[in-house]
Design a protein around this ligand. Structure first.
Ligand SMILES: [Zn+2]
Length: 342
């Protein structure tokens, strides 16, 4: 995979068809039940896959069509978390949410996404990527009434994620990505235990492993938060050197329309860099030339074999039409720059 230049991929999620869940909404409820829901999820996964293939995306995902939410759906499958009880906590220091409570030892009795991965693997010959929430981000979406330690809970989740990731790998997944937006908020904790938890999550895996660190979807709380970050967003500055020394192979980050100084990418020497060249906080579809400009700017700091044009974050809150346009823009923009390199 690393010989080819500027292979395209996406952060993970794509919008769902309106018959499966109401569009333009996070945590959207399912519109089907029982066997019809299971079949609907598979059908939606096929459509998400075909949209990526038709656009020319190289490393494809299931578009997270089987999940209501990138963190919660995984946690719902675990023991030790009570979703009936709720407590209000502040998520990523940004907004209050009613969250489930950790009431006992957390455990995974059965695989969570294994069947989804097998299904996707059987449907395409392209390399596939599967996303999982990162341990720190999981901790940050719960009230911990049992361990009373963010670090201990994170290490428990890391062991669970590792067991899940090993099964996904055996099913033929090429890349396993851990989504850790919390890494852009709790930079001290990343150093103290977040990196250790992430490393534990990928222990023993032979497939490529990625971490996705972003500034979030285009929801109001995130847009307001970004306004407070100043002219230069330097959150990556403290975590990239730690990631450069880690066993993580790939780092997925936000570049399009962001105030991240691109020279920070130089700290990721030796890693694959998934450069966000598509803004998911805007309905405006980028032109291929705009995508190409973002890629060219990142190429000053990342070699073409290591650079993977990508989206800034998941596209689940967008309309399908906009998301399809952005997939095509991503592939076309990468093709322009590939032509220039040839
Ligand atoms: Zn993201």
């Amino acid at each position: 995979m690393s010989q080819a230049r500027l292979q395209t991929t996406i952060a993970g999620s794509l919008p769902k068809p309106a018959w499966l869940a109401p569009p333009n909404q996070l945590w959207a409820p399912w519109r089907l039940e029982g066997e019809a829901l299971a079949e609907g999820k598979r059908d939606a996964t096929l459509l998400a896959l075909r949209d990526q293939e038709a656009a020319g995306i190289d490393i494809v995902t299931d578009g997270e069509q089987t999940r209501r939410h990138f963190v919660t759906t995984f946690i719902e499958a675990l023991e030790g978390v009570d979703f009936q009880q709720r407590r209000t906590v502040r998520i990523r220091n940004r907004y209050d949410a009613e969250v489930p409570i950790v009431v006992g030892p957390v455990a995974r009795r059965n695989p969570v996404f294994l069947e989804d991965a097998r299904f996707l693997r059987a449907q395409t010959r392209r390399p596939i990527k599967f996303t999982l929430p990162g341990p720190m981000t999981m901790v940050d979406t719960l009230y911990d009434g049992y361990y009373k330690s963010r670090e201990r809970l994170a290490m428990e989740f890391a062991a669970i994620l590792n067991a899940e990731a090993r099964e996904l790998e055996r099913s033929g997944v090429d890349v396993i990505q851990f989504d850790e937006p919390a890494f852009n908020v709790y930079m001290d904790e990343v150093r103290e235990w977040g990196m250790r938890a992430l490393t534990r999550s990928r222990e023993g895996l032979a497939c490529r492993t990625a971490v996705h660190i972003c500034y979030g979807y285009g929801i109001k709380a995130n847009v307001e938060w970004k306004k407070t970050l100043g002219a230069q967003w330097r959150q990556y500055e403290s975590t990239f050197p730690l990631l450069a020394q880690s066993q993580i192979d790939q780092v997925s980050l936000e570049c399009a329309n962001s105030r991240v100084p691109l020279e920070l990418l130089a700290a990721l020497k030796g890693k694959d860099v998934l450069v966000g060249a598509i803004d998911v906080a805007s309905d405006r579809v980028e032109t291929p030339e705009q995508v190409a400009q973002t890629i060219r700017a990142a190429l000053k700091y990342v070699s073409p074999e290591r650079l993977f044009p990508c989206t800034n974050c998941g596209m689940v809150p967008l309309s399908r039409e906009v998301a399809r346009g952005k997939l095509r823009a991503l592939a076309s923009g990468a093709a322009i720059v590939r032509g220039e390199l040839a």
